[in-house]
Write a protein that binds this ligand. Structure first.
Ligand SMILES: *Cc1c(COP(=O)(O)O)cnc(C)c1O
Length: 235
């Protein structure tokens, strides 16, 4: 078995164990394989091992890979920061967008979503850690914004996404994920029809699953360590 297939097997084991430990149903968390900075061949290897959903953060790099892999049946998720002048290619080439955090952006994505495609699945990014450097709407404003996004015609609001403050402590990880989960519960109690909590990465997926993650976004634990910079100069 190749290294990527083996790593995927390990991740599935970690996901299954965490679901079992938290008393959640098997298969209630999906794996999004984050392939940013890795070549199309790595994605091919993951697909051959059964993985179909892939996350990318840098638009130019993603579009090149989407074209190179057009022969495969893949589900592409855009998980990076979104510049408002890039909404059209994102709306045209992706199935999901995880980092929506302002109304203007959501309106542009909705307007650009081609009529022949299904509505674009989106998550509202929430700045749980309160870090000035991170994207995401403040938790106190999230439900009002979620309502307005849910009303846009060509988007389907699926739920919330967060990138918490990095911390090695499991308890502190869980505290941050719990905040997103509580927001999700409140939004649903308020009548929003959402089903997705996109949270948890290579180092903290167990904590995220314990708190209810329905999608974990895992990169380095599948594809290996990323070099610090990419063509677009971002990590
Ligand atoms: C890169 C990235 C990930 C994956 O992180 P790993 O630590 O490599 O698993 C997950 N989510 C987002 C938004 C990312 O940018």
């Amino acid at each position: 078995m190749g290294a990527i297939a083996e790593a995927l097997q390990d991740i599935h084991r970690r996901i299954d164990d965490a679901l079992a430990a938290s008393g959640r149903p098997a298969a209630s968390t999906r794996l999004l394989a984050v392939s940013k900075t890795f070549p199309a061949e790595a994605i091919r290897a993951a697909h051959a091992a059964g993985q179909t959903a892939f996350g990318e953060s840098y638009l130019q790099e993603a579009l090149a890979k989407i074209e190179q892999l057009a022969d495969l049946e893949l589900e592409w998720h855009f998980i990076g920061p979104i510049q408002s002048n890039k909404t059209r290619p994102i709306a045209e080439h992706f199935a999901w967008v995880h980092g929506v955090d302002r109304l203007k952006l959501a309106e542009r994505l909705s307007a650009a979503r081609p009529a022949e495609m299904p509505p674009l699945d989106v998550c509202l990014q929430v700045n749980i850690g309160g870090e000035a450097s991170k994207g995401g709407v403040a938790p106190a404003e999230a439900i009002v914004l979620a309502r307005r996004i849910a009303a846009l015609p060509r988007l389907k609001l699926r739920g919330f996404m967060a990138i918490p403050r990095p911390t090695p402590g499991r308890a502190e990880q869980r505290t941050q994920f719990r905040q997103l989960r509580e927001l999700f519960d409140r939004a649903r109690a308020d009548g929003l029809a959402i089903d997705t909590l996109s949270m948890g990465m290579s180092d903290d997926l167990e904590a995220a699953i314990m708190e209810g993650a329905t999608i974990v976004r895992v990169g380095s634990a599948i594809f290996g360590a990323r070099s610090k910079t990419t063509r677009e100069g971002q990590i």
